[in-house]
Design a binder for this molecule. Structure first.
Ligand SMILES: Nc1ncnc2c1ncn2[C@@H]1O[C@H](COP(=O)(O)OP(=O)(O)OP(=O)(O)O)[C@@H](O)[C@H]1O
Length: 294
């Protein structure tokens, strides 16, 4: 993607938001939902749930990649999703982000936003960020410029990439650089970063857009042990401020992320096979069979 495309995308998002049909009850640019007043187009998290998937089925030529999948993720929760190859983890993320449409089921962001009625770019705009396995940073640009682009691509009326950064923007960038361990490398060309640093930069670019829900697909694949540890630290810092869904095969990374009583979801053949603490699901006979049977 080029800076021009990013800017065009931001303009398109702006135009679409303006054209969105009004919701049930409106007051100025705010709408009533379950008795609370929300800014227009904002997810309603009052029930504490960020993501609801219910009964989702996706078939490819009759093969069910997702088979009546139901899952909820709480606001601020860090949820790890594990499962053998082909379990449907990527397809699930594709449904949440609008890349794949299910034949059956419902998916909502907060209590009020029907994800199945939105396009991919609209879903990104309402606060769902996705990190693919392979980093896709702009290699000729510096770390700072990559963050700047991500920030400006998210702007609405002031969407122009030519707009000057204000002090709040600079503060935000400094915070993200700090979080992602890239502060000292801000002026370095992104192409010169290590694989792990590129992954952090891409996560930083998502953070510039202040997502409410972050989907992270095998974020530590190809990272060194030290980079993996730092990534775990980063995610644990983000937990609570954002909801995170982490798909990962690296069990020691999952163990670090889920210390305490955090829930892990095991997918198999497109459905939830087990859910619970990591030690509980690892001791579950059905889970053992699925993994050993690979
Ligand atoms: N576009 C497609 N056309 C046909 N089959 C597909 C398509 N996308 C996915 N599948 C199949 O659906 C199943 C689920 O795939 P998916 O990529 O979601 O699994 P996964 O859990 O992410 O696997 P991995 O851990 O290997 O990434 C697999 O059997 C896959 O071959």
């Amino acid at each position: 993607m080029t800076p021009e495309l990013l800017e065009a995308g931001a303009r398109q998002r702006e135009a679409h938001s303006a054209a969105m049909p009004p919701k049930a009850t409106r007051s100025g640019d705010r709408e009533a939902a379950f008795g609370r007043v929300l800014a227009s187009g904002q997810p309603d998290f009052a029930h504490g749930v960020a993501l609801y998937l219910e009964d989702i089925t996706v078939s490819f030529d009759g093969f069910k990649a997702l088979n009546q999948l139901s899952l909820t993720v709480d606001v601020g929760e860090l949820r790890c999703i594990i499962g053998p190859n082909g379990a449907g983890k990527t397809t699930m993320m594709d449904v949440i982000t609008g890349k794949t449409r299910p034949q059956q089921g419902s998916a909502s962001f907060g209590a009020n936003i029907d994800l199945l009625r939105l396009r991919e770019n609209e879903i990104a705009q309402i606060g769902i960020g996705r990190k693919f396995q392979k980093p896709t940073v702009f290699e000729p640009l510096s770390v700072f410029e990559n963050l700047e682009l991500a920030l400006k691509a998210d702007r609405r009326a002031r969407a122009s990439l030519r707009a000057k950064l204000n002090s709040a923007d600079l503060d935000r960038m400094a915070e993200v650089l700090q979080l992602t361990h890239l502060r000292r490398l801000a002026d370095l060309q992104a192409g010169l970063l290590s694989h792990g640093q590129k992954q952090w930069l891409e996560i930083g670019m998502l953070l510039m857009q202040e997502p409410k829900l972050l989907l992270l697909d095998e974020p530590v694949a190809g990272m060194t042990d030290e980079e993996t540890e730092r990534t775990a630290e980063l995610f644990l810092t983000l937990e609570g401020k954002h909801s995170l869904v982490v798909v990962e095969h690296d069990m020691s990374f999952v163990a670090t992320l889920t210390q305490g009583f955090k829930k892990v979801t095991v997918l198999h053949e497109g459905s939830v096979l087990a859910e619970g603490r990591l030690d509980q699901v690892q001791a579950n006979d059905k889970v053992v069979e699925v993994y050993l049977g690979r």
